[in-house]
Every structure is written in structure tokens, then in C-alpha cells.
Design a protein. Structure first.
Length: 112
């Protein structure tokens, strides 16, 4: 089992979410996050002063999948979150040791 974490643009969430659901991958968690990278941010003029905004709003999408689904999930996220501009995001993959469904006590892949 693997945990996939993707940092994406906010406006791309629905595209990613619906494409994953179409492939039968329903469970995901979404967090609003702020960060910076090569996109660098922008400068605002606020009350006559320049204010640098370099922590930009993004979304973090987390999902746990079976090992065999990884290539499909990465392809979906890359295709649906892509704009071609700096700041499209990143995908991180980590192994998951175990999962336990609280309601039933199911473990492992049965709990996904």
C-alpha cells in the first residue's frame, strides 16, 4: 500500500477528483496549504507599501492506494493538474505499513 500526496493548484481539484473517481479511486483527503517554490510569488501594494506574497495557496490531496494503482494515479494527477506553468505542483509517494478501519476493524488493503 502506498500514500500519494499531491500539491496542486486549487482550480485543478475538481478535474483531479473526478478523473480519480472515474477510475474507481474514491477515497481522498484535501487540505488547504500554503507554500513556495520556483513560482516565487508576487508583490502587492497595500496602503502605499510593497508587500511580498511568497507563500501561495495550494491544495494538498492525499490518498492511500494499492501498489498496483500507482502508475495510473500518477498519470491521472499529472494529466489533470497540468497547466504548463511554474507552480503546477508536486507528487510524493510513501509506503504505508498498515491501515485499520475504525468502524469494522478491517486491516490492510481491505480497509482502503
Amino acid at each position: 500500500m502506498l500514500k500519494v500526496e499531491a500539491i496542486i493548484r486549487q482550480e485543478k481539484l475538481d478535474d483531479v477528483k473526478f478523473a480519480l473517481a472515474k477510475e474507481g479511486i474514491m477515497g481522498l483527503t484535501v487540505y488547504p496549504v500554503r507554500g513556495r517554490g520556483r513560482q516565487k510569488g508576487y508583490i502587492l501594494n497595500f496602503r502605499g507599501r510593497e508587500v511580498r506574497v511568497d507563500l501561495l495557496p495550494k491544495l494538498k490531496v492525499e490518498l492511500v492506494i494499492r501498489d498496483g494503482e500507482l502508475d495510473k494515479v500518477i498519470k491521472i494527477i499529472r494529466e489533470r493538474a497540468f497547466t504548463g506553468e511554474v507552480g503546477d505542483g508536486k507528487i510524493f509517494v510513501s509506503p504505508i505499513q498498515d491501515i485499520i478501519r475504525i468502524r469494522t476493524g478491517e486491516r490492510g488493503e481491505e480497509a482502503i
